[in-house]
Design a protein around this ligand. Structure first.
Ligand SMILES: [Zn+2]
Length: 119
């Protein structure tokens, strides 16, 4: 099995709903997103997915979030936009564009990461 990973940042504001603590107040992050693709079969150039395509599609998904107040976006109305929820959102959108996507990780800080994948 081959696995590729591409990393990209986006910046946005959010606040958590139904949460008792400082994260209920609006604040921002520079999120680091890692998108993984996995597969067994390489193409005629012996690549799994072109990094160029992976980065382009990841950017087009992250552009939906970048420099936005995530709580104000229609996709997140009434939903607490935790890093967990963001990882699922990015995974779902990216998977529509690149079927070999296997996991998305969202780093809120250098030490805290949430991932979404399906089994
Ligand atoms: Zn936060």
């Amino acid at each position: 099995m081959y696995e590729l990973k591409s990393q990209m940042y986006f910046s946005a504001a959010h606040h958590l709903l139904n949460y008792d603590g400082e994260c209920e107040n609006q604040h921002g992050h520079n999120w680091l997103v890692e998108a993984f693709v996995k597969g067994e079969t390489l193409d005629k150039s012996n690549i799994l997915v072109d990094y160029k395509v992976l980065k382009r599609e990841l950017k087009s998904v992250l552009d939906l979030l970048d420099h936005k107040d995530i709580n104000e976006l229609p996709d997140f109305k009434g939903i607490s936009p935790s890093s967990e929820i963001l990882s699922k959102f990015i995974y779902t959108k990216l998977k529509e564009r690149i079927p070999l996507v296997s996991k998305v990780s969202v780093w809120e800080t250098a030490a805290s990461c949430a991932s979404y994948y399906e089994e």
